[in-house]
Design a protein around this ligand. Structure first.
Ligand code: ADP
Ligand code: MG
Length: 290
């Protein structure tokens, strides 16, 4: 009877927006103790809009945006799309750039007019020990906005705040996980204050922020070492190793191909709520077999 039950569950899964790529991992899903979520693009829409700009050292605001949009034009990060759209809406011209380089989990760089331009994370600015008046940065971060910094030849030239939207179903999903005694954990490369803000809005139990892409998989192992069986949900290249490490790797359908290839299950409609169907379908399918 087993093959019949399994083929029924495949079409049921499709109805719930799930693509099951690996059966043994789908079977494991009924034993999950914790779900680890990536933030950007998984719990949030991953669609950024620029909300605030601050300039330093007499930088002109439009020049700042032109520089930033020029370097971001070669990046696929959702932050890049937000900055480019802002420059477009102000009808700003993109400049000539050479030597583009992307530093995963940190930002991007390129050379414009012989000057080294970087758009980077707050973590990078902190590590370079660049001092600045951080009043706005703190305020924006507490509002849940992602802030990136523009450096010209390693000198601070500006800060750009971007807002993302929390997916409507994220909070309900976590409430339902709690009803099933499943923990909700956030694992993000974004700043701690932003992570805390989003986590608080939706009821996340544990937050790990400013995690570098190569550290995400180690964090999964660390959580497993506490004796927890875990699912990991993510959408980005930076989530792929963590998806592989988790007992059940779940990719968001709208995410990158690399995440999809590393996943055991794909959320076809990119709705975190469909995770709940994974647990119930796994239980219904495999509890019948034993
Ligand atoms: P996430 O977990 O949010 O997907 P990432 O590892 O992709 O995190 O990025 C972590 C941080 O690195 C971002 O919050 C941002 O500060 C910085 N960063 C990454 N890519 C870019 C980019 N293209 N432009 C500016 N900043 C970036
Ligand atoms: Mg992401």
């Amino acid at each position: 009877a087993a093959p019949l039950v399994i083929s029924v569950s495949t079409s049921l899964a499709a109805k719930h927006g799930l693509l099951i790529r690996k059966r043994p991992q789908f079977e494991n899903a009924r034993k999950i103790d914790a779900v680890i979520f990536d933030k950007t693009g998984t719990l949030t829409e991953g669609k950024f809009g620029v909300t605030d700009i601050q300039t330093f050292n007499n930088m002109d605001e439009n020049a700042l945006l032109s520089y930033a949009a020029t370097v971001e034009n070669d990046s696929e990060h959702p932050i890049a799309t937000g900055i480019i759209n802002e420059a477009k809406s102000k009808e700003l011209e993109l400049l000539e750039m050479t030597e583009f380089n992307s530093i995963t989990g940190v930002g991007i760089e390129g050379v414009i007019d012989g000057k080294q331009i970087k758009v980077v994370s707050p973590g990078y600015v902190r590590k370079q020990e660049i001092n600045f008046d951080d009043k706005n940065f703190n305020k924006w971060s507490k509002q849940g906005k992602t802030v990136v910094f523009l450096l010209v030849d390693e000198e601070l030239a500006g800060a750009i705040a971007l807002a993302d939207k929390i997916k409507e179903s994220s909070k309900q999903t976590i409430e339902q996980l709690h009803k099933r005694n499943i923990k909700a954990i956030m694992l993000t490369g974004d700043n701690q204050k932003v992570a805390n803000y989003v986590a608080e809005q939706i009821g996340i139990d544990e937050v790990y922020a400013e995690v570098m892409p190569d550290e995400k998989a180690d964090k999964v192992t660390e959580i497993q070492d506490r004796g927890l069986i875990v699912a990991m949900t993510g959408d980005g290249i930076n989530d792929a190793p963590a998806l592989t490490k988790a007992d059940v790797g779940i990719a968001v359908g709208a995410g990158t191909d690399i995440a999809m290839d590393s996943a055991d299950i794909v959320l076809v409609d990119s709705n975190p709520k469909d995770i709940l169907a994974i647990f119930s379908l796994s239980k219904r399918t495999y509890n019948k077999l034993v």
